[in-house]
Design a protein around this ligand. Structure first.
Ligand code: ATP
Ligand code: MG
Length: 388
């Protein structure tokens, strides 16, 4: 009898001929997530991935693995040979420790016989192991409809017995859907937007715009903190840190006051596009959300969007703020996001920003600026950090 962790795959099982590619990517990410904890072996067996490791490391390992995209459940299992006595013993052991963790009075055994050569069929496995449990625990009764404890028995090359199924985030393994450059502010939305895209397999890098010395160094630290939290899900993140102040000053001097935000936004996008093209990233990602603020009306988004050719993904576009906040809390970026440090956009905030800007008008206003040179200088002075 050995303790192993099992990992159930989500959508990957639908990938047909590409399944191996997705599985290999997932295993790679799993290895990354637990490499410093140490494990004996990772192997695949009939639709699941198993990890052999010290049982004392399981809680920490589960906590890490939960954040690896592409897996839906993690279960601490007992692995035995395919022998009904051994399976029964494992069941008793698991139920025993489950009963120590809470009050339970009903259970059910659920068997899955992937190895059809195993001579005992699933209903008989359930019956026999159920009998063993009943004999060992007088307080327990069988409830096939709503059991408080489900004891699973998977018959494969070995038998795997488990109770708990700890939920992962699902999604697709990181690196199966290209690379994206996340426009990461210090707010609530952009880290969530990055998370959502990463969950669909997009590798992340980030660009942050600050207005130092108008914004503090602490504000930049906050962005690094956010990237550090995101890196729990995606591993290393590169942050390109760009000082937008010289550009903001130019806009402030030469363009209409109410267009300040929207024109700055267009510069952020253009700079993002430049960085993305240089590094072969496939898209930009923003936390924009329809109607949340003046610059994010459908007109505002149209004008922002028209400054670049690269695809821009806005995974939060149709979310309500409360739903975004809920995800931010769940992924643990919320507490950091609400720390009060000024954002570069607040530095020159117009009193009445345009809510219905037109592309032609904005392009007209930008005639007063040397757009290319401003962008070039901003990129020349950019700093790059790697967060792990
Ligand atoms: P967030 O909570 O992500 O800051 P927000 O609701 O405050 O979003 P805006 O400030 O209007 O919205 O920004 C919209 C999007 O533009 C952000 O989600 C982010 O992707 C990008 N963005 C805004 N400011 C910055 C910045 N200083 N650096 C990088 N990206 C930014
Ligand atoms: Mg913001």
């Amino acid at each position: 009898m050995e303790n192993v962790l099992s990992v159930s795959l989500g959508e990957i099982v639908l990938k047909g001929l590409n399944r191996k590619y997705f599985e290999d990517k997932l295993v790679k990410q799993m290895r990354r997530a637990i490499s410093d904890i140490g494990f004996k072996r990772i192997y695949k067996e009939q639709g699941k991935i198993y990890i052999e490791a010290g049982v004392e490391d399981f809680p920490q390992m589960i906590n890490r693995l939960r954040k690896v995209f592409g897996l839906v459940y993690i279960s601490p299992c007992i692995r035995t040979e395919k022998d009904m006595d051994r399976i029964g013993e494992a069941g008793v052991k698991l139920i025993d420790s489950k009963l120590k963790s809470g009050d339970y009075s009903t259970f059910k055994v659920e068997a899955n016989r992937a190895d059809k050569k195993f001579e005992i069929k699933s209903p008989e496995i359930c019956k026999e192991i159920g009998g063993v449990i009943l004999r060992n625990f007088e307080s327990l009764k069988v409830d096939v409809h709503k059991p408080e404890i489900q004891l699973y028995v998977d018959i494969k090359e070995c038998a795997y017995i488990y109770i708990d199924k700890i939920k992962g985030y699902g999604g697709l393994p990181l690196g199966t859907n290209g690379k994206g450059l996340l426009l990461l502010s210090g707010g609530i939305d952009s880290p969530v937007a990055g998370f959502m895209m990463a969950k669909r397999g997009v590798e992340l890098s980030a660009v942050h715009f600050h207005s130092y010395p108008f914004t503090s160094e602490r504000a930049e630290e906050k962005v690094k903190d956010l990237a550090r939290i995101l890196s729990r899900y995606v591993g290393k993140i590169k942050i390109f840190s760009v000082n937008l102040l010289p550009i903001q000053k130019e806009i402030n001097m030469k363009c209409p006051e109410d267009e300040m935000t929207i024109i700055s936004r267009r510069f952020m996008m253009r700079i993002g596009e430049k960085i993305a093209n240089f590094h072969d990233f496939n898209c930009l990602i923003t936390g924009e959300n329809l109607g949340q603020v003046a610059s994010q009306t459908i007109y505002g988004l149209t004008v922002t969007n028209s400054s670049v050719n690269i695809p821009v993904f806005r995974p939060l576009i149709g979310f309500d703020k409360v739903d975004i906040v809920e995800i931010a809390k769940d992924i643990e970026t919320f507490e950091t996001s609400i720390q009060p440090f000024e954002d570069c956009c607040t530095v020159f905030l117009p009193k009445h920003p345009v809510t219905r800007p037109k592309v032609e008008d904005i392009e007209n206003s930008e005639e007063a600026l040397d757009v290319d040179e401003l962008i070039e200088n901003a990129i020349k002075n950019m700093k790059v950090y790697t967060i792990e």
